[in-house]
Structures are given as structure tokens and as C-alpha cells.
Design a protein around this ligand. Sequence first.
Ligand code: ADE
Length: 258
Amino acid sequence: MKFSVLTIFPHMFDSVLNESILKRAIGKKIIEVELVDIRNFSKDKTHRIDRPPVGGGAGLIMQCQPIHDALNATKSPNSHVVLLSPRGKMYNQEIAKQFKNVDHLIIICGHYEGIDERIYNYADEIISIGDYVLTGGEIAAMSIIDSVARLKEGVISTESLDNESFENDLLEYPQYAEPYDFKGDKIPQILYSGNHLAIQKYRLYQSLKLTKELRPDLFAKHKLTKGEKKLIDEYAKEKIPKFEAEAIKKGIKFIKNK
Ligand code: ADE
């Protein structure tokens, strides 16, 4: 998959693309990131790409011509053009999954006070990464590249993708790493039981509980299965339901020295 980013600050991407998982994904040729400097397309002698707003007002507005020409030079038959702007559709995991299937994603980063309104006509989609205003689209573009790249096959383990947040409109269950006791705060004993089915049920309940508490909007979208309803009932009746208590008891040898 190819990403082309139209930007006036290509160097902002240097460290992000040269570290960790994105670096590896690029090294393995699973993704390619092309940085297109909009300034190179300016017809101005001094490579200016912006002018004050017509009609007055603060700041500078990015002009149509350099962005338009940069886009024309970058487009391919399979490209999908995204313009980043606080006015766009809110980005989420669902959109990341759609972008994963695009061959060539072109991302236009706006800057300064804004871009000429007429540029919006050249985008297939307008995307925002949240209800706040960034100094430019670059950090939003990095978020999109990162979130899409990790979904591509071979970038991270498929197991990590199966249980993660937003799958099924649920947040991921809580995770722990040794030590067992950190300043009196202990890892739930069920996780030491060795009973994978009981651990799975416990984690599913935690995931449901966490989503209900922290993201009621997501929880409302989630369709509870029969099994999930039963699980919620079991935990409503007892703090530690029978299946969990039994799994802990059977795994007691392992738990004893904890
Ligand atoms: N540019 C400035 N703010 C932005 C935002 N919230 N999302 C996407 N692009 C932006």
C-alpha cells in the first residue's frame, strides 16, 4: 500500500517513519510513504504557497495552485484523496479498516489559518482526527498512516488485532505484567489459573464492564450475545462467580506462591 502525503513540512515525518513498527513495515515493503513537498509546486519565485485571506482577516491561506499541481503530479488510477481538516468526518477504527484496502491513499495536509475553499473540491473525503485544532494536518496524517499500517498483514501479529479495542464496539480488557504485587495492587488471581476458558470469560466480562463505564456510547452500539448477557448476570449475582472461583481453586498450586 502506498501513502502519499502532500505537505509543506516533509521533515516532520522523519522520526515517525524511521522508528519501530512503521520503519519495519516500510523495510518489509508492506507500506510505502511518499512525501510530496507542496512548495516544490509553487510558481512563485520565492516558493510562496500562501497569501492573506481575500476580504481581510488573520493569518495566511494556502493557495489552490501549488496544492492542485502537487495533487495532479501524485494521483494514480487507484488513488483515494483525503483532505485533513477539523471540519471533516471524525476518524475512527472503522475508517482505518476501510483505508487499509485502498491501494494508494493521498493525504493533503493543510496549514496556517486554512486552505483556499476551492481545494475541498479535489478531495474524495474530508477527515478530522478530533474536535480540536492542530497547527497543521501533519500530525493527523501520521495518526492515519500509523493506524492503517498496523492493520496490514505482516505488520503486527494477527492475535494482537483480534482482541484489541474497538473490535466489536468494545474496549480491550485490562492487561497485566509481573510483578504480581505492585505497591499492594495485585494482579487478578484468575489470570494465574491456567484455565484458558475461564480467563477468556473473565476478560470478556472486564471488556464489557470497562466499555460500559468508560465509553457508554460504544457500549450502546454493541449487540450483547446470549453468552455475554449470562456472564453479566453471573457477575451481578456474585463478585467472583462460580466458574472463576473454581478455576482459581484448581489452579491453586500455581497461585500459592503468589
Ligand atoms: N488540521 C488541523 N486540525 C485538524 C484536525 N483536528 N484533524 C485533521 N486535520 C487537522
